[in-house]
Write a protein that binds this ligand. Structure first.
Ligand code: ATP
Length: 294
């Protein structure tokens, strides 16, 4: 666990990633400029018979699910049902005990060598993971770096962008998240909501094909939640980026999701469009869960 936690912190700091009501068209343009265009409708993420255990706790149990390119998918389910674990597996902050995960058609956990599927090496993992950005509950910004550098660091060191290119992209993204005037501040000089918007910009600066959002407003004071959710709503509405989202904000989930997956006991027990899941779920377990949170 500690190894995973350590990796998590380093990776979080390195790879985190996307805004306010500055014009929507600007959002679309900026993201067109920073994200690879998705191949419409193609499968971007696939979990195939994925099992994850922590000791004798089987958190994910032969889990199958997929997410198509450009879709916004929200994971819901009781506490401990494995939602965050799924995002952590995608970030390779944890590895599955069994099963395979594919991103953009390439195995994340494995690679093919000599016609055989073997555990992926670090270089392969790094390449596949470039497709993925994640925003965490705790913003995980580098406290000793100014906002601009927080955003440019990974594009320069991981993607090999020049400092000028990275800064141009960072400024566009800061405009997108409504923080242009805070470029020279340190994270500690910003509110939690502003820090989280920097973290969103930082994730997008890596041009991910998929943005993972893990309860990104849970650590915020209530009055700061709206600004962050508005930024994300705008990104969801006006761009083609794929989103996989864990949230307790059910109205937000209803607004942005194409599909909602309900988890229980390590499996998807029900899935469908938000209108169906939130108003007329088929499973008793889903009804109970929604009854408690809505
Ligand atoms: N590194 C770890 N070591 C041991 N157990 C872990 C670890 N990470 C997660 N777990 C356990 O795995 C289970 C699933 O955790 P996870 O955080 O994925 O659930 P969740 O559905 O996201 O819950 P919540 O809604 O409360 O955030 C929990 O029982 C948790 O205690």
């Amino acid at each position: 666990m500690s190894a995973e936690t350590d990796t998590a912190q380093t990776e979080t700091a390195r790879t985190d990633t996307a805004q306010t009501d500055t014009a929507q068209t600007e959002t679309a343009q900026t993201l067109d400029a920073v994200a690879d265009p998705p191949v419409d409708g193609s499968e971007l993420i696939r979990f195939d018979q994925v099992t994850k255990r922590f000791g004798d706790n089987t958190v994910l149990d032969r889990l199958d699910f997929s997410v198509d390119s450009g879709k916004h998918v929200t994971l819901i389910g009781p506490s401990g049902s494995g939602k965050t674990t799924i995002l952590r597996l995608l970030m390779t902050l944890a590895t599955p005990d069994e099963g395979t995960i594919k991103v953009g058609g390439a195995y994340l956990t494995h690679e093919e060598r000599g016609g055989k599927l073997v555990r992926a090496g670090e270089k392969h993992v790094r390449e596949v993971r470039k497709n993925i950005g994640m925003v965490f509950q705790q913003f995980n910004l580098f406290p000793n770096m100014k906002v601009l550098r927080n955003i440019t660091e990974a594009p320069v060191t991981v993607l090999g962008l020049s400092k000028d290119e990275a800064e141009e992209r960072a400024r566009e993204l800061l405009e997108l998240v409504g923080l242009r005037e805070h470029v020279d501040k340190y994270p500690g000089q910003l509110s939690g909501g502003q820090q989280q918007r920097v973290a969103i910009a930082r994730a997008l600066a890596m041009r991910p094909r998929v943005l993972l959002l893990d309860e990104v407003t849970s650590a915020l004071d209530p009055e700061l939640v709206v600004g962050v959710l508005d930024v994300l709503r705008d990104i969801a509405r006006s761009t083609d980026i794929t989103m996989l989202c864990v949230t307790h904000e059910m109205n937000f989930a209803r607004d942005i999701s194409d599909q909602v997956l309900m988890f229980d006991s390590g499996r998807v027990i029900e899935s469908g469009p938000p209108q169906k899941i939130f108003s007329d779920p088929e499973q008793e377990r889903t009804r109970e869960f929604l009854g408690a949170v809505l």
